[in-house]
Design a protein around this ligand. Structure first.
Ligand code: ADP
Ligand code: MG
Length: 205
Protein backbone atom coordinates (compact mmCIF):
# COMPACT_ATOMS: atom_id res chain seq x y z
CA UNK A 1 0.00 0.00 0.00
CA UNK A 2 3.06 2.22 0.15
CA UNK A 3 2.31 3.76 -3.23
CA UNK A 4 -0.89 5.11 -1.78
CA UNK A 5 0.74 6.79 1.15
CA UNK A 6 0.94 10.48 0.60
CA UNK A 7 1.67 13.52 2.61
CA UNK A 8 0.77 17.04 1.65
CA UNK A 9 2.45 20.00 3.18
CA UNK A 10 0.47 23.20 3.05
CA UNK A 11 2.19 25.66 0.72
CA UNK A 12 3.16 23.15 -1.91
CA UNK A 13 -0.15 23.81 -3.55
CA UNK A 14 -0.02 27.48 -4.40
CA UNK A 15 -3.03 29.43 -3.29
CA UNK A 16 -4.77 26.55 -1.58
CA UNK A 17 -5.88 27.57 1.88
CA UNK A 18 -8.00 24.57 2.70
CA UNK A 19 -5.53 21.74 2.64
CA UNK A 20 -4.49 20.56 6.08
CA UNK A 21 -0.92 21.38 6.95
CA UNK A 22 -0.10 17.70 6.95
CA UNK A 23 -2.35 14.98 5.60
CA UNK A 24 -0.79 11.55 5.60
CA UNK A 25 -2.65 8.54 4.22
CA UNK A 26 -2.02 4.96 5.12
CA UNK A 27 -4.21 2.15 3.79
CA UNK A 28 -6.58 4.62 2.19
CA UNK A 29 -7.31 6.40 5.45
CA UNK A 30 -5.84 9.59 6.90
CA UNK A 31 -3.35 8.54 9.53
CA UNK A 32 -1.99 11.95 10.45
CA UNK A 33 -3.87 15.19 10.06
CA UNK A 34 -2.58 18.55 11.19
CA UNK A 35 -4.50 21.72 10.44
CA UNK A 36 -3.65 25.29 10.98
CA UNK A 37 -6.24 27.41 12.77
CA UNK A 38 -8.71 29.02 10.39
CA UNK A 39 -10.66 32.05 11.59
CA UNK A 40 -14.10 31.61 10.11
CA UNK A 41 -17.69 30.56 10.60
CA UNK A 42 -19.22 27.37 9.27
CA UNK A 43 -21.17 28.04 6.09
CA UNK A 44 -24.56 27.27 7.66
CA UNK A 45 -24.07 30.17 10.08
CA UNK A 46 -23.06 32.43 7.23
CA UNK A 47 -26.12 31.86 5.12
CA UNK A 48 -28.59 31.78 7.97
CA UNK A 49 -27.18 34.97 9.55
CA UNK A 50 -26.59 37.01 6.42
CA UNK A 51 -28.68 37.66 3.39
CA UNK A 52 -26.92 35.94 0.53
CA UNK A 53 -27.98 36.53 -3.04
CA UNK A 54 -27.71 33.73 -5.60
CA UNK A 55 -24.74 35.58 -7.10
CA UNK A 56 -23.00 35.69 -3.70
CA UNK A 57 -23.74 32.02 -3.13
CA UNK A 58 -22.35 31.14 -6.55
CA UNK A 59 -19.16 33.11 -5.92
CA UNK A 60 -18.72 31.26 -2.64
CA UNK A 61 -19.27 27.93 -4.34
CA UNK A 62 -16.97 28.84 -7.21
CA UNK A 63 -14.23 29.36 -4.61
CA UNK A 64 -15.16 26.09 -2.89
CA UNK A 65 -15.02 24.19 -6.19
CA UNK A 66 -11.65 25.73 -7.03
CA UNK A 67 -10.21 24.41 -3.77
CA UNK A 68 -11.94 21.06 -4.22
CA UNK A 69 -10.41 20.81 -7.70
CA UNK A 70 -6.94 21.14 -6.17
CA UNK A 71 -7.83 18.48 -3.62
CA UNK A 72 -9.06 16.16 -6.40
CA UNK A 73 -5.95 16.79 -8.46
CA UNK A 74 -4.04 15.22 -5.53
CA UNK A 75 -6.35 12.17 -5.93
CA UNK A 76 -7.95 12.97 -2.58
CA UNK A 77 -11.70 12.53 -2.17
CA UNK A 78 -12.96 14.57 0.77
CA UNK A 79 -16.04 12.46 1.39
CA UNK A 80 -17.68 14.65 4.01
CA UNK A 81 -18.62 17.95 2.43
CA UNK A 82 -21.35 19.71 4.37
CA UNK A 83 -22.14 23.26 5.53
CA UNK A 84 -20.32 22.49 8.80
CA UNK A 85 -17.12 21.59 6.98
CA UNK A 86 -16.84 24.79 4.96
CA UNK A 87 -15.47 27.67 6.99
CA UNK A 88 -16.09 31.17 5.69
CA UNK A 89 -13.77 34.01 6.70
CA UNK A 90 -14.60 37.70 7.14
CA UNK A 91 -13.75 38.48 3.53
CA UNK A 92 -15.80 35.48 2.37
CA UNK A 93 -12.70 33.36 1.85
CA UNK A 94 -13.54 29.66 1.93
CA UNK A 95 -11.67 26.86 3.69
CA UNK A 96 -12.55 23.20 3.48
CA UNK A 97 -11.94 21.41 6.79
CA UNK A 98 -12.52 17.99 8.33
CA UNK A 99 -10.56 15.54 6.20
CA UNK A 100 -11.19 12.78 8.75
CA UNK A 101 -13.34 10.87 6.28
CA UNK A 102 -11.11 11.48 3.26
CA UNK A 103 -9.73 8.74 1.09
CA UNK A 104 -7.75 8.38 -2.11
CA UNK A 105 -9.19 7.86 -5.55
CA UNK A 106 -9.23 4.16 -6.36
CA UNK A 107 -9.35 2.96 -2.75
CA UNK A 108 -12.24 0.62 -3.39
CA UNK A 109 -11.78 -1.20 -0.08
CA UNK A 110 -12.81 1.88 1.88
CA UNK A 111 -16.52 2.62 1.98
CA UNK A 112 -17.41 6.00 3.36
CA UNK A 113 -20.37 6.17 5.68
CA UNK A 114 -22.80 8.66 4.26
CA UNK A 115 -23.79 11.42 6.66
CA UNK A 116 -27.47 12.34 6.99
CA UNK A 117 -28.57 15.03 4.53
CA UNK A 118 -25.34 15.01 2.49
CA UNK A 119 -24.61 11.41 1.44
CA UNK A 120 -24.17 10.67 -2.24
CA UNK A 121 -26.08 7.67 -3.63
CA UNK A 122 -22.83 5.73 -4.03
CA UNK A 123 -21.94 6.35 -0.36
CA UNK A 124 -25.34 5.02 0.68
CA UNK A 125 -24.95 1.99 -1.58
CA UNK A 126 -21.39 1.36 -0.32
CA UNK A 127 -20.02 1.62 -3.82
CA UNK A 128 -16.56 3.01 -4.52
CA UNK A 129 -16.62 6.77 -4.51
CA UNK A 130 -14.79 9.30 -6.66
CA UNK A 131 -14.65 13.05 -7.33
CA UNK A 132 -18.25 12.98 -8.56
CA UNK A 133 -19.36 11.93 -5.07
CA UNK A 134 -17.82 15.14 -3.66
CA UNK A 135 -19.54 17.12 -6.41
CA UNK A 136 -22.88 15.59 -5.39
CA UNK A 137 -22.26 16.70 -1.80
CA UNK A 138 -21.35 20.22 -2.90
CA UNK A 139 -24.58 20.17 -4.94
CA UNK A 140 -26.52 19.39 -1.74
CA UNK A 141 -24.86 22.32 0.03
CA UNK A 142 -25.39 24.67 -2.93
CA UNK A 143 -29.06 23.69 -3.08
CA UNK A 144 -29.36 24.49 0.64
CA UNK A 145 -27.58 27.83 0.30
CA UNK A 146 -29.96 28.88 -2.47
CA UNK A 147 -33.26 27.41 -1.30
CA UNK A 148 -32.63 27.60 2.49
CA UNK A 149 -33.85 24.04 2.71
CA UNK A 150 -31.93 20.77 2.70
CA UNK A 151 -31.99 18.79 -0.53
CA UNK A 152 -31.88 15.39 1.21
CA UNK A 153 -33.89 14.31 4.24
CA UNK A 154 -32.31 12.57 7.23
CA UNK A 155 -32.54 9.26 5.33
CA UNK A 156 -30.76 10.85 2.37
CA UNK A 157 -33.79 10.82 0.12
CA UNK A 158 -34.42 13.95 -1.95
CA UNK A 159 -37.27 15.98 -0.46
CA UNK A 160 -38.24 17.17 -3.89
CA UNK A 161 -37.07 16.23 -7.30
CA UNK A 162 -35.31 19.22 -8.80
CA UNK A 163 -37.43 18.44 -11.85
CA UNK A 164 -40.30 19.83 -9.83
CA UNK A 165 -38.49 23.15 -9.79
CA UNK A 166 -38.42 25.34 -12.84
CA UNK A 167 -35.73 25.01 -15.47
CA UNK A 168 -33.86 28.10 -14.35
CA UNK A 169 -30.12 28.14 -15.19
CA UNK A 170 -29.24 27.55 -11.54
CA UNK A 171 -31.54 24.51 -11.39
CA UNK A 172 -29.89 23.14 -14.54
CA UNK A 173 -26.54 23.32 -12.74
CA UNK A 174 -28.02 21.69 -9.62
CA UNK A 175 -29.49 18.88 -11.71
CA UNK A 176 -26.09 18.17 -13.24
CA UNK A 177 -24.44 18.08 -9.80
CA UNK A 178 -27.20 16.08 -8.10
CA UNK A 179 -27.93 13.41 -10.68
CA UNK A 180 -28.38 10.21 -8.68
CA UNK A 181 -26.88 8.28 -11.61
CA UNK A 182 -23.20 8.99 -11.27
CA UNK A 183 -22.56 8.31 -14.95
CA UNK A 184 -24.86 11.21 -15.84
CA UNK A 185 -23.49 13.56 -13.22
CA UNK A 186 -21.12 16.37 -14.06
CA UNK A 187 -17.64 14.88 -13.83
CA UNK A 188 -15.33 17.60 -12.57
CA UNK A 189 -15.15 20.74 -10.48
CA UNK A 190 -13.74 22.54 -13.55
CA UNK A 191 -16.93 21.89 -15.52
CA UNK A 192 -19.01 23.22 -12.62
CA UNK A 193 -16.84 26.34 -12.49
CA UNK A 194 -17.24 26.89 -16.24
CA UNK A 195 -21.02 26.77 -15.87
CA UNK A 196 -20.95 29.12 -12.87
CA UNK A 197 -18.73 31.58 -14.79
CA UNK A 198 -21.16 31.48 -17.69
CA UNK A 199 -24.10 32.13 -15.35
CA UNK A 200 -22.36 35.07 -13.69
CA UNK A 201 -20.78 36.54 -16.85
CA UNK A 202 -23.99 36.40 -18.87
CA UNK A 203 -26.04 37.58 -15.90
CA UNK A 204 -28.25 34.49 -16.04
CA UNK A 205 -28.75 34.51 -12.27
N1 ADP B 1 -8.60 24.19 11.25
C1 ADP B 1 -9.63 24.68 11.93
N2 ADP B 1 -9.66 25.99 12.25
C2 ADP B 1 -10.68 26.50 12.95
N3 ADP B 1 -11.75 25.78 13.39
C3 ADP B 1 -11.79 24.48 13.11
C4 ADP B 1 -10.73 23.85 12.37
N4 ADP B 1 -11.03 22.54 12.24
C5 ADP B 1 -12.21 22.36 12.88
N5 ADP B 1 -12.67 23.51 13.42
C6 ADP B 1 -13.91 23.72 14.18
O1 ADP B 1 -14.26 22.53 14.86
C7 ADP B 1 -15.52 22.03 14.36
C8 ADP B 1 -15.48 20.52 14.27
O2 ADP B 1 -14.36 20.11 13.50
P1 ADP B 1 -14.45 19.00 12.38
O3 ADP B 1 -13.07 18.75 11.88
O4 ADP B 1 -15.46 19.43 11.35
O5 ADP B 1 -14.93 17.72 13.17
P2 ADP B 1 -16.27 16.89 13.22
O6 ADP B 1 -17.27 17.50 12.27
O7 ADP B 1 -15.87 15.52 12.77
O8 ADP B 1 -16.71 16.97 14.63
C9 ADP B 1 -15.72 22.71 13.02
O9 ADP B 1 -17.08 22.84 12.65
C10 ADP B 1 -15.06 24.06 13.24
O10 ADP B 1 -15.95 24.94 13.91
MG1 MG C 1 -17.06 18.45 10.54
Amino acid sequence: MAERERSIINGQLAGVRAIPKILFFSDCRPELLIYRYIAGQPLYQTYTNRHTSIQDALRLFRATLLILGDIHSERIIHNDLSPGNLLIGRQNQVSIIDFGNATLHGCSEFHAVGKPHYASPEQIEHKPIDARSDIYQVGCVLFEAIYKSQYLDANNRPHNSIDAFNNSPINCLLKLMLDSARSKRITSTHECINIIDNLIYNQLV
